[in-house]
Structure formats: structure tokens, C-alpha cells
Design a protein around this ligand. Structure first.
Ligand code: 13P
Length: 265
């Protein structure tokens, strides 16, 4: 068994000083020794990746980006190229986070281009899927998730699957009031998460193979914190977490790492 724990800093830690303080604190607490079976990455804002590359030298914490341009090069104002991420020793790149899909209008075909571009450059996509509260209430869970997967994985070979992580992040569980107006935000129950993860894995059985599906890392994301991480991570279909708010401080990320280590022992 293996866990991949990813921190998504979003636009929450934005200065050099705060980044240095936070990374030094985290590396000293859980980033110096290789932990068998647990991988940790942090997805920082683009402008802080260069600094983080230096700070994380010699650490086991890996660097991730929150997005990438869908085109390699050209007249695309405001975009960040895959080549730049390669130079910065980025390992993982989030693709299609709900905040990108819903707030910035990113669509399936563009996300598919990003997936292919990242794979061509040996970067690992973390492909995010998730339904809104309204879609769930309307019984559209299967349809929404299947469509997001079909769009993202169009033309992607089975060989590439070992380089890709799926993050299941129900939109209604993401601690973001802008995505969830008028909704009480709370993490999925273990039962809800298990059902969703099983559904996602079965999609890969149908569209790829039993073998590829069983090896796939599927992270759960949405209000994961020390108090609920153990029940979520102890489910066999949940292979890690994509963690927002709780990844901003060692005091909350550290205990989640400890839980993963404990579950492996
Ligand atoms: P929270 O853990 O803050 O709910 O964020 C989840 C998320 O969106 C991670 O990508």
C-alpha cells in the first residue's frame, strides 16, 4: 500500500518570507527522512516554485504546480509553460481542479491537452474530478464523473496511467464558499468517499484494465484534516489526500502524515 499526500496551497501563502518559514518548519518536522510508502508533495503558487526548489533541496517533500498552460509555447499572455516547470524540478501538476473548472472556466478538451503535454515532459498530472452539491442531489454523480474522466483521459494509454494520480474532490466538501454558496461545507463521510472512489476505479476497469485500475492512486480531497484523515485514509480505495487548508501549517499537515505512517505500520 502506498499513500500520496498532496498539499494545495492555492493562493493562501504568497510571500517569500511566509514560504521560507513554512517550508523550513515542514521539512524539519517531516521532510528529512524518506518514509516508506508515503509520498508528500506541495503545490505552490508559480512565483514561489523557484524559491521552494532551493528550500526543498535534500528534502523528501516534492514540488508541485497548481496548473500549466495547455500549449508548449507561443503568444499566450499570462500562461506558464511546461518547460518552466521542468526546469523548476516540479514533479506533480494539478489539472482541472474545481476552482479552475468552475471559477476560471477550464473545459475537458483543454485539460486533456494539459495531461498529454505533462506526460510528454515526464511530469505527473494530478487529474481532479468532482461533482457539485446540486449535481449530486440531482442524481448526476455517475454522469458528471464519467464525463470528466472520459474527457481528461481521451487518447491516454494504459502505460501512462502509472504516472497519473486522480484526485476525487467533491466540490461541496472543498472549503471554498465561492464554489459553494449557501451550503454548509463538510468533508465527505467515509461511505460517500468509498462509493465515489469505487466508482472511479470501476471506470478505469471498464476503460483500461483490472490491473491498471487496481494500481491507480486515487486521492480524496475536500476538508481533509487531522480529525477525519484516519477514517478516510484507512479505506482501501483511498490512497491519499489532496489537502487545502490543512496543508498550510506543519501543525495540521504533520499529523496527517503521521496517520498515513501509522496506517502503513
Ligand atoms: P480544503 O482541504 O481546504 O477543503 O481544499 C481541498 C482542495 O481543494 C485541495 O485541492
Amino acid at each position: 500500500m502506498k499513500f500520496v499526500l498532496g498539499g494545495n496551497w492555492k493562493l493562501q501563502i504568497n510571500t517569500i518570507e511566509d514560504t521560507i518559514t513554512t517550508l523550513r518548519d515542514m521539512t524539519s518536522k517531516f521532510g528529512t527522512q524518506q518514509i516508506d510508502g508515503v509520498e508528500i508533495f506541495l503545490a505552490l503558487p508559480f512565483t514561489l516554485l523557484s524559491l521552494a526548489k532551493e528550500e526543498l533541496k535534500g528534502s523528501t517533500i516534492q514540488l508541485a504546480a497548481q496548473n500549466v498552460a495547455s500549449t508548449e509555447k507561443g503568444a499566450y499572455t499570462g500562461e506558464v509553460s511546461v518547460e518552466s516547470l521542468v526546469e523548476l524540478d516540479v514533479e506533480y501538476v494539478l489539472v482541472g481542479h474545481s476552482e479552475r473548472r468552475i471559477i476560471f472556466g477550464e473545459k475537458g478538451p483543454e485539460l486533456n491537452k494539459k495531461m498529454k503535454l505533462l506526460l510528454e515532459h515526464n511530469l505527473k498530472p494530478v487529474y481532479c474530478v468532482g461533482e457539485t452539491a446540486q449535481q449530486r442531489q440531482s442524481g448526476l454523480f455517475d454522469e458528471v464523473i464519467s464525463q470528466q474522466l472520459a474527457e481528461g483521459f481521451e487518447g491516454i494509454t494504459e502505460d501512462a496511467l502509472s504516472e497519473i494520480i486522480i484526485a476525487y474532490e467533491p466540490v461541496w466538501a472543498i472549503n471554498n464558499p465561492e464554489l459553494n454558496p449557501g451550503i454548509e461545507i463538510q468533508a465527505a463521510t467515509p461511505e460517500q468517499a468509498i462509493d465515489a472512489h469505487k466508482f472511479i476505479r470501476s471506470w478505469f476497469v471498464t476503460n483500461y484494465s483490472d490491473d491498471a485500475a487496481s494500481r491507480l492512486i486515487i486521492q480524496y480531497g475536500g476538508s481533509m484534516k487531522p480529525s477525519n484523515a484516519e477514517t478516510l485514509l484507512s479505506q482501501s480505495d483511498i490512497n491519499g489526500g489532496l489537502i487545502g487548508g490543512a496543508s498550510l501549517r506543519s501543525e495540521t499537515l504533520g499529523p496527517i502524515v503521521d496517520i498515513a505512517v501509522k496506517l502503513l505500520s
